[in-house]
Design a protein around this ligand. Structure first.
Ligand code: NAG
Length: 461
């Protein structure tokens, strides 16, 4: 087929038109025709030259369809006067004329092409992403997903519709997962020995949000490492994540004070206990009343298994053996138990001795209460008598006492010994019972004995 430059067609056409001539093979010339528009009313079928059926070049519409009608019938698609309506396949959009016709100048009245339809680029969403089956082309399905710890709200996918718009609406990713919080195990703690409290520690819980951030934890109750008194405690922890989702946990701390059964005081004696008397670790000491001595253990300890160590002690009446053969054997019996007041006089008729006796008679019970035993040494050797109340001492013992303690028989004198046998005070004049008591209480008795004395002061009166 011959090809002519376009300008040649135009020129020739104009020339022929002006001359009112019919160009060879041109079919017909439209009256009032111009390049672009043909009105139906003015249209009439031109005379066609079948020698040149391809009047216009074949119009190619990629990815589209043409529906043409020719005045000469279906086969003559490029002939002068053919009109085509253009449309695009799905997913394509027609740009240009939707209808063209083949003009007398062997040109189509317009042009068009099919362009791929695209939806706009989808923006990314916070805490999530999407993936698309066919990018942003028509029919592409974009599935949304949220990052760990977030849930999708709204449309799970959007489809690029034929018209180039997205279906549905943009979803959001919301955090509904509460953070994870784990409390330590509940625990029982026994109060420490000799105490009514226990120090309890635990590993403080930590919390992480499902989104991975670490969070600040609130506590209700005592903190780890606190000193707890006896009882049951509930410790709660609470945490919020950034989306105000809350998690809580709790555990209990039970502080137990172990106790032994209360000890009974011995007959003719009493107990003094440390701590709270009968809690684990408490120590009780057995004491005997004046004139009684302890047999058995001094201390008992409240053990972990709620029982007392050792056996109960007893208080038995103190018996002094006076038939011993030496001063040492006599004094040994008083060691750590009794104090001694040794009274020495040249004769029973000594004025000082008589006076002292009167004062001590009224104080007999008082000296007993103050843990003091009186030993009397009366007369000058070899006619001397030694006695403890109604019990008489051997002559060797009397001699031994005088020598060991430097007690003269030539005049009235008294020696006060403490429970270790140490010489604490000497008297060469009769002494009133009050003076004697005061001295004993202040310098010889232990604090505990003094307290005890206050309790029993009027027992003898
Ligand atoms: C308690 O423990 C002590 C020493 O550990 C033991 O001798 C005693 O038998 C125990 N008592 C009881 C009641 O289990």
């Amino acid at each position: 087929m011959k090809k002519f430059p376009a300008f040649l067609f135009v020129d020739l056409f104009t020339v022929y038109q002006a001359l009112g001539l019919s160009y060879e093979g041109s079919g017909a010339i439209y009256p009032n025709s111009n390049n672009e528009v043909v009105h139906e009313e003015t249209y009439y079928p031109p005379e066609l030259d079948y020698k040149y059926p391809h009047w216009c070049q074949t119009f190619k519409l990629h990815n589209g369809h043409m529906k043409c009608s020719s005045p000469r019938g279906g086969n003559h698609r490029n002939t002068f006067g053919t009109r085509c309506s253009l449309s695009c396949e799905q997913g394509y959009k027609l740009l240009g004329q939707s209808s063209i016709h083949c003009m007398s100048g062997r040109r189509w009245s317009g042009t068009a092409y099919c362009r791929t339809v695209r939806c706009r680029v989808l923006p990314y969403i916070q805490h999530g992403t999407y993936s698309c089956s066919r990018s942003f082309l028509v029919h592409s399905k974009c599935d949304y997903s949220c990052f760990q710890g977030y849930q999708i709200e709204g449309d799970r996918y959007r489809i690029c519709q034929a018209g180039g718009s997205w279906s549905g609406a943009e979803p959001t990713c919301a955090d509904h997962d509460p953070p994870k919080l784990k409390c330590p195990l509940s625990r029982v703690k026994v109060a420490e020995p000799g105490k009514l409290t226990a120090m309890v520690s635990w590993e403080r819980p930590t919390a992480t949000d499902t989104t991975g951030t670490s969070l600040q934890i609130l506590r209700n109750g005592p903190d780890s490492g606190s000193e707890f008194t006896e009882g049951q405690y509930v410790i709660r922890y609470k945490v919020y994540d950034q989306a105000r989702n809350m998690a809580t946990c709790k555990f209990t701390v039970h502080v137990e004070v172990r106790r032994c059964p209360l000890l009974k005081a011995p007959l003719h004696g009493y107990l003094s206990c440390s701590s709270n008397n009968n809690n684990y670790g408490a120590v009780c000491e057995y004491h005997c009343d004046p004139g009684y001595e302890r047999s058995g253990t001094v201390h008992r300890v409240c053990l972990f298994n709620r029982s007392w160590s050792d056996q109960a002690a007893e208080c038995t009446l103190m018996e002094i053996k006076t038939d011993v053969r030496s001063a040492g054997a006599l004094l040994d019996q008083f060691y750590e138990k009794r104090r001694l007041l040794i009274v020495s006089t040249p004769s029973a008729s000594d004025q000082y001795y008589k006076l002292q006796n009167i004062m001590l008679q009224s104080a007999g019970c008082g000296l007993d209460l103050r843990h003091v035993t009186v030993i009397e040494l009366i007369g000058i050797p070899p006619q001397e008598v030694g006695r403890i109340k109604e019990q008489f001492l051997e002559p060797e013992v009397i001699e031994g006492l005088r020598q060991a303690l430097h007690i003269t028989s030539s005049h009235f004198n008294m020696v006060l010994l403490d429970e270790l046998g140490v010489d604490r005070e000497r008297f060469i004049n009769p002494t009133t019972s009050d003076e004697l008591y005061t001295y004993i209480e202040e310098y010889v008795l232990t604090e505990e004995e003094q307290e005890r004395l206050q309790l029993n002061r009027d027992l003898c009166d």
